[in-house]
Design a protein around this ligand. Structure first.
Ligand code: GLN
Length: 264
């Protein structure tokens, strides 16, 4: 499969950048990933991510798995001297993999919410976000949440957009159609099965800029900033390395360079 091949290539390029062989690679049990080994070997961490959430993670036209999250992670891994075994699972599956100890951490445009803080420990926030409704570019009927009455609305399982739609669905009387990934959700709106979807502003605005035939509602809902996450009480060393590396790449301009390369 193209996607997984390109992910393997990324894992490999991390290895090459470090100039060291992966210690156990994908076979390293996640539970043991608590920092450097006594012999000083470089640690490899399993980091879960979403499948398609551009500009944070997506496959580019050359089949490479790229994005702000992926590049930040790579820069931090270089800065802190660890390696990454990237697991492209999908958002909800990534949440579960981290909680189950099958992955050491995740970076997936994941919003830092109070509810999630009960199950995950988060890094410093690295990107601000918001939730917004989008409709088909040609739709003139849906101008506000009131217009959703009796209609279908596409959402992505486990996300803030889902939680927001769920919180207002009784009030406005719409039905939710649930997808595993953002593309499925957008497609449901473009083919006209759902009249709208709820998605993170930076992601859907980027999609529209890239030609996705949708348009945004004027109203934006307060959203939470994105953070890197580990399971609560686990992998504190990895979280520390992420925070330390993040401070360094902000300081040396690398973080801004990465963000600009996708958003300008
Ligand atoms: N930011 C949203 C959330 O954390 C969506 C993340 C995603 O779909 N990858 O719920």
């Amino acid at each position: 499969m193209k996607l997984f091949k390109s992910v393997a290539a990324i894992a490999l390029s991390f290895t090459m950048v470090m100039g060291l062989a992966a210690c156990g690679g994908g076979d390293t049990p996640a539970e043991d990933s608590t920092g450097e080994t006594p012999s000083g070997e470089v640690k490899t961490y399993k980091i879960a991510t979403d499948t398609t959430f551009a500009p944070f993670e997506f496959e580019d036209e050359n089949g490479n798995f790229v994005g702000i999250d992926i590049d930040i992670l790579e820069a931090i891994a270089q800065d802190q001297g660890f390696e990454v075994d990237l697991q492209v699972l999908g958002f909800s599956a990534a949440l579960q993999a981290v909680e189950a100890g099958q992955a050491d951490g995740m970076i997936a445009g994941m919003s830092i919410t109070e509810e999630r803080k009960e199950r995950y420990d988060f890094s410093e926030p690295y990107y601000d976000s918001a939730v917004v409704m989008a409709v088909s570019a040609t739709n003139e009927d849906i101008k506000s949440y009131e217009d959703l009455a009796g209609k279908k609305v596409a959402v992505k399982v486990g996300t803030e957009g889902y939680a927001f739609a769920d919180s207002i669905k009784e009030e406005y009387g719409f039905e939710m159609v649930v997808f595993d990934d953002s593309n499925g959700m957008y497609q449901d709106v473009t083919v006209g099965n759902s009249v709208a979807c709820f998605e993170d502003y930076p992601v859907i605005a980027y999609g529209i800029q890239q030609g996705l035939p949708l348009k945004l509602n004027e109203k934006q809902e307060a959203g939470n900033s994105y953070g890197f996450a580990v399971a609560k009480g686990k992998n504190a060393e990895l979280l520390q390395k992420f925070n330390d590396g993040f401070a360094n790449i902000k300081e040396n301009g690398k973080y801004q360079e990465i963000v600009d390369s996708y958003t300008k």
